[in-house]
Ligand binder design. Structure first.
Ligand code: FAD
Ligand code: SF4
Length: 523
């Protein structure tokens, strides 16, 4: 890091660096330093961003700038009011206008693309860029590397990192849900009590999440988004995401009281026309850094201490934040050079156009995608076991799939989206992040939802026009990747079931899968 400086500095605040006070970058600003925030078109267009995702970023940025405007020398460049396509171009022009600027300060970016573009910009304009670590995360990148390499020192494969071990290590080092050196309740994980379906009668009344009515700033952003990005996917008619730190805290409190108690139990369940169920809806606020993960974890621990939520729910929820969220960030930066080309299963089919419209007869895909376009949200199992599972089974090109996820979710940022999509959902990293591919046939979706009841396809059929594509492609996937997966002990049961079929049935599935794969566009 470049420390000694003579002239003023330019602090660049990115759209996902809207931390509460004390802001880790702006608290370093002194008299004479400049602060720059830019609504850069490239950030909304490098993937074909959902209108709600663009609105969320720009609105949260404008709210943040309003608060900081009086406290520092902040220049805020709104979309349409400047001519710079990229962040780098805006920085370049700002430094030309203020040639006394001596160096540029920023927090580490959440996207390697932005990081390298700004590094190149610094070189071009002849100013060093000081990159400060982001204290938002509970595990620094240095500590993650230390943990990951420790496995190698102990003779375990450093190439196959597992979330469960990372999570236990995080529990121990933070003391969260720990009773001295033992996990509270005597177990690390309560999944046996979690993850039920709703059964035929469906969910009890779902507590509606708190929604935040767009204020004047958000409405102005919406108008700009409709004006400058009219062709982009998604709707703004239901936009009600928290855009300030106060709203983010209200959203958290609302979740802890009304939905946390049943969070674990129905974490994996899906139901038609119920997009949110018992989920927290705080990923976007956390990823913009409006909400600190420590505060989120404490709120859940408090609910346990007060007896308003059971340990199984609290542990299940905390595992997502302290475990998965921190783990995928470490994985993102560890494999950052691999992401652009990673494709362990050589998947090459194009992304069907209906991913952008939801217009497919497959009821589960129709529901997950339509809801995504309406809300900019789908919960984890919809992302993993409906859209992700389908893309994996159908062998869709991982880059096209990752770009779709990055575009359509309000919480999407490269550091969290790419490991989840490429590493977890598509198995495109091979076994480096998960021990086996997350694949399931229509039977799983039938068990966890009511989608199949209203579908033209039938989950139990493997071949024929009415066969569920998940079911056909599940068996075909096992045969297609036999050489790679059969020896994996965690796939043993799946192959045992496949081996029970006679060769005639297997051949019929292979033939029908070929038909399906050539007709994905009209599924
Ligand atoms: P809840 O179900 O209430 O979970 C609580 C919190 O835990 C979330 O807010 C989130 O911060 C964290 N969390 C849960 N699972 C994960 C996970 N696997 N990785 C990281 N954090 C997790 N999450 C994103 O924040 N941004 C993404 O771009 C993103 N892309 C995904 C793509 C795919 C293919 C998959 C399978 C998952 C993706 N996830 C992503 C993870 C997860 O689906 C979302 O974090 C979650 O659905 C957000 O909704 P929620 O806040 O209601 O979460
Ligand atoms: Fe989805 Fe298959 Fe069920 Fe239809 S039958 S909803 S395609 S799992």
């Amino acid at each position: 890091m470049h420390m000694a400086h003579r002239g003023p500095r330019l602090f660049l605040v990115l759209g996902d660096q809207l931390h509460p006070d004390p802001h880790p970058l702006l608290s370093l600003a002194q008299q004479g330093d400049y602060v720059l925030m830019v609504e850069a078109p490239e950030e909304a267009t490098h993937v074909w961003s959902h209108k709600a995702r663009i609105t969320l970023f720009f609105s949260a940025m404008r709210h943040f700038a309003e608060r900081w405007q009086t406290r520092c020398d902040l220049t805020y460049l709104r979309i349409g009011a400047h001519k710079f396509k990229t962040l780098g171009a805006a920085v370049d022009a700002f430094v030309s206008q203020h040639p006394d600027i001596d160096c540029i300060g920023m927090l580490e970016a959440g996207d390697a693309r932005v990081s390298s573009a700004l590094a190149a910009c610094g070189k071009q304009i002849g100013r060093p860029i000081d990159v400060y670590p982001d204290p938002h995360f509970l595990c620094s990148l240095e500590d993650f590397e230390h943990w990951a390499n420790r496995g190698a020192q102990q003779g375990k494969a450093a190439q196959s990192l597992r979330m469960e071990f990372f999570y236990r290590w995080m529990r121990r080092r933070t003391g969260v849900l720990m009773d001295e050196d033992q996990p509270v309740g005597g177990q690390w994980n309560f999944d046996a009590e979690n993850r039920s379906g709703f059964g035929a009668s469906g969910p009890p009344a779902v507590p509606p999440p708190q929604r935040f009515v767009p204020d004047g700033i958000t409405r102005a952003v919406m108008a700009d988004v409709e004006k400058f990005f009219p062709e982009h996917p998604g709707s703004l008619s239901d936009f009600a995401w928290p855009v300030t730190e106060q709203e983010a805290r209200l959203a958290l409190a609302d979740f802890v009281v009304h939905r946390l108690p049943a969070f674990g139990r129905w974490q994996d369940a899906m139901w038609r026309d119920e997009p949110f169920l018992w989920h927290s809806l705080i990923s976007a606020a956390m990823n913009l850094k409006l909400l600190d993960p420590r505060e989120v974890i404490s709120a859940a621990e408090d609910a346990l201490a007060r007896g308003t939520a059971p340990l199984s729910a609290v542990e299940g929820f905390i595992r997502q934040i302290l475990g998965w969220r921190e783990f995928v960030r470490g994985i993102y930066w560890r494999y950052v050079t691999a992401w652009p080309l990673t494709n362990a299963l050589s998947a090459s089919h194009p992304l069907p156009k209906w991913f952008w419209t939801g217009e497919t007869k497959a009821a589960c895909l129709n529901a997950a995608i339509s809801q995504t376009l309406q809300q900019g949200y789908a919960h984890h199992i919809q992302r993993l076991m409906v859209t992700g599972n389908f893309a994996l089974l159908a062998g869709i090109n991982p880059r096209a799939v990752a770009d779709w996820y990055l575009a359509v979710y309000v919480d999407a940022l490269a550091w969290v989206e790419e490991p989840n999509t490429l590493g977890m959902a598509l198995f495109a990293l091979g076994g480096r992040m998960t021990s086996k591919p997350y694949i399931a046939s229509g039977a799983y979706i039938k068990r966890m939802s009511n989608y199949c009841k209203q579908c033209v396809y039938r989950p139990e059929l493997r071949t024929g026009a009415q066969a569920c594509a998940f079911t056909t492609l599940y068996w075909d996937f096992l045969m297609r990747h036999d050489h790679l997966l059969r020896s994996n002990p965690r796939m043993a049961m799946a192959y045992k079931n496949l081996d029970r079929m006679d060769e005639k049935e297997r051949a019929a599935i292979r033939d029908w899968a070929q038909v399906r794969l050539t007709q994905l566009a009209s599924l």
